[in-house]
Design a protein around this ligand. Structure first.
Ligand code: GCV
Length: 607
C-alpha cells in the first residue's frame, strides 16, 4: 500500500487527530535532524508556502495546507527539488475527488485490484491501519474527497444514510486527519424504500424526507462532502419517472443539504441504453448535451454536474465532451477513470497523463470547478493491482492540484519516489510509460474507432461485440467503409462544439488522424494525410502496436524491479503480449475479410 511513499517506513499512529499533527509526524520521520517549523494560518486552507529558515524550513499554510506542504517537502527533496528559495502553491480545484465503485458485498464494479477496502458482507468492514495508509497516500498527492460506494447504488448501500450511519461516521473519523472528506453515492428513489410512495422531487413529502435525512446524516458526519448521484442512467432511478428535469432533482437534494455545506455531484452520463442498432438517427455521443445543455444556469449553487471527459464512456480516444466547453453557467467537474475498464484492466500498461494533457489542450482550466476520477484501488497487496498502474493515481492527484504540470516531469517524479533506479533505467521506464497509451491505442481501436471490445467485460477484441447491441455503440463497418459521419451532414454531433473545433474536426482532409473515424465515415481507400490508405493505416497500427508491446516487454525485463513487484509486472506483461497479438490479428482479419484489400507490406493476416 505504500507505493510512492515506500520511504515512509513508520506507520501513522492512530492517535493523531489533525492534518497538522500528521504533518509533524511525517516530517520528523522522514527528515530527522532537520528543523522544520509549522506556522498554521487557517485562512490559507489547502495552500502553503515553504521557505528556507535557520538551516531548515518554515512551512506556513492552512490546516490541510501544512500536510500537503509536508508531503511536498519530503517527496520534493527525494526528487532533487530546490527549496533554497521560497515556494508557494495552491490547488487549482478545491474538490479533488476519487470515486470508488465499491459494492456492499465487497465486490468492485470495474475493479481490477482485488476487493473493496471498505465493504464486505453487506456492511462497512475495513482494516483501520490500511485506511490510514490509504489516507496518507491520497493526502500525499493532495486528493481530498473520497466517495466510497458505487454510483449504481446496490442494496444495502442505502443504509449508509440510515442504520449504517454510525459506521460511516467512524470511517470519516479515520480519514479526517488526512484532510479527506467522505462522499456517498445515493439512490434517488431512497424515500420509497421505507416511507413514501414516490420519490418525485417536487413532492413536498419527498423534499421533507431528504431534509430530515440530510440533517441526520450531517449530524453524524459534519464534514461530509456531499452526495454523488447517477440518475436516469443505465437503469438507475431518477426524476424523469415523474416528468421532472434533472435540475428539479438535483436542486431538491441541494436545498436539503445547503444548511450543512454539502454539494450535490450529479453525473451527466445519461443516454438511451436501449437503442435499436438499426436506428441510425440516434447518436449516443450527442445524448449528454441534449439532456443538460438546455438546463445551463438552472442548477442551484451547490450542485456540480460531473461530466465524463468524452461523450461516450472512457474509450481510448474520444474528443473532449462538448458539455465541458458549452455549459458556462453551471459548475462542472470533469470525470476521469483510473480503473482501466476499457484501457487494459490493469494488466496492460496504460499511463493516462498524456491523454489528460491532450484534454487540457482543449479545455480551459477554468471551465471546470472540480475533478473526479473513478478509483483504481482495491485490497490487493499492491493496491492498484499492477504496480505500474499506481502512476495513474499519483498523476491524477498532481493534475487535480495543478493541471499545468508536465507529463514527463510527473511520471519521472513518481518513478523516482517509487523505484529509486539509476538515471538511465529511470529514463527508460519513464519513456516506456509515457508511450504506453499510444501503443495500446494502436493495437486496439485506432483512429477513434471505439467499442471493439468484448461486451460487458471490456477486455480483449471483439469488433462486432457491440455492433448489434442496445448500447448505442456502433462503428458500422461494411465492405466499403467504416465509422459514423458526425458532421452537420451526418448525425450533427459536431454542431455541439464551438466553431473552432467544428473546423478542426469537420473536414476529413484536415481532421487529426486519431479522431478520423470518430467524426467521419470513410472508405477503406481514403488517402490519409501521410499518403497511406485508411485500411493500410489500420493494418500498420495493429502490426506496429503489437511489435511495440514486444519492445516494451524487453525494456521492462531489463529493469531491476524488486520482488514481489517484479513477478507481478512480468506476469502481467505476458498477458499484455497475448492480448496485443490477439487484438492485432482479430482486428486485421475483421477488416480484411470485409474489404478484401491485402496488406501492402504482405504481412500475415489470417483469413
Ligand atoms: C458504474 C459504464 C460502465 C459501468 C458504470 C457506468 C457509469 O457503463 O461499464 O460499469 O457503472 O459506465 O459510469 O456509471
Amino acid at each position: 500500500m505504500k507505493l510512492w511513499l515506500n520511504q515512509l517506513t513508520r506507520e501513522v499512529p492512530a492517535d493523531l487527530r489533525t492534518p497538522a499533527e500528521i504533518a509533524r509526524f511525517e516530517l520528523a520521520g522522514a527528515l530527522p535532524g532537520k528543523k522544520v517549523t509549522l506556522d498554521e494560518q487557517p485562512a490559507l486552507g489547502d495552500s502553503w508556502t515553504i521557505a528556507p529558515a535557520d538551516g531548515g524550513f518554515r512551512i506556513s499554510g492552512g490546516n490541510t495546507g501544512l500536510l500537503y506542504a509536508a508531503y511536498r517537502l519530503i517527496t520534493g527533496l527525494l526528487c532533487g527539488e530546490d527549496f533554497s528559495v521560497r515556494v508557494s502553491s495552491a490547488p487549482k480545484y478545491s474538490l479533488r475527488m476519487v470515486d470508488c465503485w465499491d459494492n456492499p458485498d465487497g465486490s468492485i464494479e470495474r475493479g481490477y485490484s482485488g476487493r473493496s477496502l471498505f465493504f464486505d458482507g453487506g456492511r462497512l468492514s475495513y482494516d483501520p491501519s490500511r485506511i490510514r495508509e490509504l489516507g496518507r497516500l491520497l493526502a500525499s498527492v493532495g486528493l481530498n474527497v473520497l466517495c466510497i460506494n458505487n454510483v449504481n447504488v446496490r442494496f444495502p448501500a442505502q443504509l449508509l444514510l440510515e442504520d449504517s450511519l454510525p459506521e460511516l461516521a467512524s470511517l470519516a473519523d479515520l480519514f479526517r486527519p488526512f484532510g479527506i472528506r467522505l462522499m456517498v453515492s445515493v439512490d434517488f428513489s431512497q424515500p420509497m424504500r421505507r416511507d413514501l410512495a414516490t420519490s418525485d422531487p417536487l413532492d413536498p413529502a419527498v423534499r421533507e424526507w431528504w431534509k430530515r435525512t440530510c440533517a441526520r446524516v450531517w449530524a453524524a458526519v459534519p464534514d461530509l462532502a456531499g452526495f454523488l448521484v447517477k440518475a436516469d442512467s443505465e437503469g438507475q432511478p431518477g426524476p424523469y419517472a415523474y416528468g421532472r428535469t434533472h435540475a428539479d432533482g438535483a436542486n431538491m437534494l441541494a436545498e436539503a443539504m445547503a444548511p450543512f455545506g454539502g454539494k450535490v455531484v450529479w453525473r451527466c452520463f445519461v443516454y438511451n441504453c436501449k437503442q435499436d442498432w438499426r436506428d441510425t438517427k440516434t447518436d449516443r455521443p450527442m445524448a449528454a448535451w441534449e439532456h443538460y445543455a438546455p438546463l445551463d444556469g438552472a442548477f442551484a449553487g451547490n450542485v456540480i454536474l460531473q461530466v465524463k471527459h468524452g461523450p461516450f464512456d472512457f474509450q481510448v480516444r474520444e474528443p473532449l465532451s462538448p458539455l465541458l466547453l458549452g455549459m458556462k453557467k453551471t459548475a462542472l467537474a470533469m470525470e476521469l477513470q483510473l480503473a482501466q475498464e476499457y484501457t487494459g484492466h490493469q494488466i496492460d500498461l496504460y499511463t493516462m497523463i498524456p491523454m489528460w494533457k491532450e484534454l487540457y489542450e482543449e479545455l480551459p482550466p477554468d471551465n471546470v470547478t472540480a475533478l473526479a476520477a473513478v478509483s483504481n484501488l482495491g485490497n490487493d497487496a499492491v493496491c492498484t493491482g499492477h504496480p505500474l498502474a499506481a502512476v495513474n493515481l499519483f498523476a491524477y492527484g498532481m493534475l487535480a492540484w495543478d493541471p499545468g504540470i508536465g507529463a514527463r516531469e510527473t511520471v519521472t517524479r513518481w518513478a523516482r519516489l517509487t523505484w529509486h533506479f539509476a538515471p538511465e533505467q529511470e529514463r527508460s521506464l519513464v519513456s516506456l510509460l509515457l508511450s504506453s497509451r499510444a501503443v495500446y491505442e494502436k493495437y486496439t481501436a485506432t483512429l477513434g474507432l471505439c467499442w471493439m471490445v468484448n461486451p460487458h467485460d471490456h477486455y480483449g477484441p471483439n469488433p462486432s461485440g457491440y455492433e448489434y447491441d442496445l448500447w448505442g455503440t456502433y462503428h458500422r463497418a461494411n465492405r466499403d467503409a467504416v465509422g459514423i459521419d458526425r458532421t452537420a451532414a451526418g448525425t450533427g454531433y459536431l454542431l455541439q462544439y464551438p466553431e473552432e473545433l467544428r473546423e478542426k474536426y469537420g473536414n476529413p482532409g484536415t481532421c487529426p488522424d486519431l479522431y478520423l473515424l470518430f467524426f467521419h465515415r470513410l472508405p477503406y481507400t481514403f488517402v490519409m494525410q501521410d499518403g497511406r490508405t485508411l485500411i493500410q493505416r489500420i493494418y500498420d497500427d495493429h502490426f506496429e502496436g503489437a511489435e511495440e508491446a514486444e519492445r516494451m516487454s524487453e525494456t521492462l525485463s531489463a529493469l531491476p524491479f524488486p520482488e514481489p513487484e517484479a513477478s507481478i509486472i512480468r506476469e502481467r506483461m505476458e498477458r499484455q503480449l497475448r492480448n496485443a497479438r490477439e487484438w492485432r490479428d482479430v482486428v486485421n482479419t475483421f477488416f480484411h475479410r470485409l474489404c478484401g484489400i491485402p496488406d501492402a507490406r504482405g504481412r500475415r493476416i489470417y483469413d
